[in-house]
Design a protein around this ligand. Structure first.
Ligand code: PLP
Length: 375
């Protein structure tokens, strides 16, 4: 099988599987227990937090484990809304966010908040100028994704966070970095964002773990879950140690080869684009700045047909966002891509496991089996 859907999820690495197995067969105690077995589990949890913090370039005590990226996004958005209470009610986000953000915004609109959706340009970029024009005295939250999950377009998060803090010193700046973490270089300490969401299963860790970075700039932040006081009181509930250990092991393993992997992925994606540019009827959508994501369209061939033909050739690609099954892409729509191209769009996303030979096979199958079916 040629797996080219790594933005949907990635294959857990051997280190993650080993760490999870150990957490289930050996170190399975409750980290809150006060005898040696539990204290060892608490120690392993601390080590795991340090590993995730190191990969994120964060202060070790500012990472809070969640169950996934969606949970981190929900916590960031609703937590900020709660933090400001009834005071101010203006929020800024973009029209191209993942539904983990957009559906939170919808809920806040229903509660009386006013949300401004910044529109992207044709390449899928949201500009600093657009943000500058939207910021207001009563803005409480700016939430802008780091890397778009459908097009790979990269947003200037550092400059946007700086601008937000300059013009609205009380506002909170959040970035959904689920597709940026360990794909593009950044450090939480210097990025300038107050809140950063990450997810384990996008970086060769298991499903069931994610994290929210809460910057020391935010001296307090509303807890997500109330209960026994785990995660320093921010997210109660017995820690999901197998998933967290797997997440941390993936962070350590992927960080160790990050620079080389990203360079290799970028070269592979650039070579793929050169090959695809020779193919008639095939369009590339947007900027593909990130090293791992490419959005393509074939006019005159519905997405599902392309996916089926590729699947018949043992190639897995996605219709866009894996979480938006069956809906026309809101991202491509916002970029002004024509309906004909949106209806024929699909996404290729590669990883450290992808080989140039696999991408050559993809090009051959597209050329020989897929494109001849386009009307
Ligand atoms: N944000 C972005 C940009 C994503 O691509 C995804 C998943 O595809 C999520 C959030 C949700 O992450 P999770 O699947 O860990 O809930």
């Amino acid at each position: 099988m040629i797996y080219l859907d790594n933005s949907a999820t990635t294959k857990p690495c051997g280190e993650a599987v080993a760490a999870m197995t150990a957490a289930m067969t050996e170190g399975w105690a409750n980290p809150s227990s006060l005898y040696g077995f539990g204290i060892d589990a608490a120690h392993a949890l601390r080590t795991a937090r340090n590993q995730v913090a190191a990969a994120l370039g964060a202060e070790h005590d500012r990472i809070f484990f969640t169950s996934c990226g969606t949970e981190a996004d929900n916590w960031a958005i609703f937590g900020t809304a709660r933090r400001f209470g009834k005071k101010n009610k203006h929020i800024i986000t973009t029209a191209i966010e993942h539904h983990a953000i957009l559906n939170c915004m919808k809920e806040l609109e229903a509660q009386g908040f006013e949300v401004t959706y910044l529109q992207p340009d044709a390449a899928g970029h949201v500009t600093i100028d657009a943000l500058k024009a939207a910021l207001r005295k009563d803005t409480i939250l700016v939430s802008i994704m780091m890397v778009n999950n459908e097009t790979g377009a990269l947003m200037p998060i550092s400059q946007m966070a700086k601008l937000t803090h300059k013009l609205c010193p009380d506002a909170v700046f959040h970035t959904d970095a689920v597709q940026g973490f360990l794909k593009i270089p950044f450090s939480a300490k210097t990025l300038g964002a107050d809140l950063i969401s990450v997810s384990s299963h996008k970086i060769h860790g298991p499903k069931g773990a994610g994290g929210l970075y809460i910057s020391p700039r935010l001296k307090s932040f509303p807890p997500l879950l109330f209960g026994g006081g785990q995660e320093n009181g921010y997210r109660s509930g017995t820690e999901a140690t197998p998933a967290i250990m797997g997440f941390a092991a993936a962070c350590a393993a992927v960080s160790a080869t990050f620079k080389d992997d990203v360079m290799r992925e970028k070269t592979m994606l650039d070579d793929l684009i050169v090959s695809l540019q020779n193919l008639e009827k095939l369009h590339i959508n947007g900027a593909h700045d990130a090293p791992h994501i490419l959005s393509l369209s074939i006019a005159g061939l519905p997405t599902q047909n392309t996916i089926n033909i590729l699947q018949d050739n043992d190639i897995c690609v996605s219709a866009g966002s894996a979480c938006a099954k069956g809906h026309r892409s809101h991202v491509l729509e916002a970029m002004g891509v024509s309906p004909a191209l949106i209806d024929g769009s699909f996404r290729i996303s590669i990883s450290r496991h992808t080989t140039p030979q696999e991408l050559q096979t993809l090009v051959r199958v597209l050329e020989q089996e897929v494109l001849p079916r386009a009307r």
